[in-house]
Design a protein around this ligand. Sequence first.
Ligand code: S3P
Length: 171
Amino acid sequence: MKERGPAIVLIGFMGAGKTTVGRALARLTEWPLYDTDDAIAARFGMPVEEIFISRGEEIFREAECESLVNLPAERAIIATGGGIVLRQENIDALRKLGSVTYLAADEETLFARISQSGGRRPLLQTEDPRATLKKLLRVRDPLYRAAANHIVDTTRLNATDAAEAIIAHVG
Ligand code: S3P
């Protein structure tokens, strides 16, 4: 039996456009936007990258999991961090809230967007960020695909076009 809420949930790799497409969706639908990274940053009073440095990834992952608890299954846009699919309980929670869209993009595009965005991605602070991205994407792409109800390739789409494609899908 289908027991799925009305939310629109965005998952995908860093640089896939979850935040920008989330904002476009919020504008078009006039629904509130909830961003798990923002909620965690507000809870800790520091940006996500600082949480990774001062508290460690495990604490961040716990907080990420808790950020989904008690979210009401209401009309809302839910943008998530790229690692949300690492825990099955997160996937289960997201699928209950609504329709889950995987924002995909090719590796080149993801890397270019991440490099341009200026924000520091703690997981890519390695000697060879490009190789790290490739490795992480290979592990995660199947997880995003399995978790999603719907996939939108954002490689050649701007945020508004991607948002419109999602709205058309969820009806
Ligand atoms: C992460 C992605 C980040 C943020 C954290 C971990 C990941 O969010 O949650 O740095 O594991 O991929 P974005 O996908 O919005 O960059």
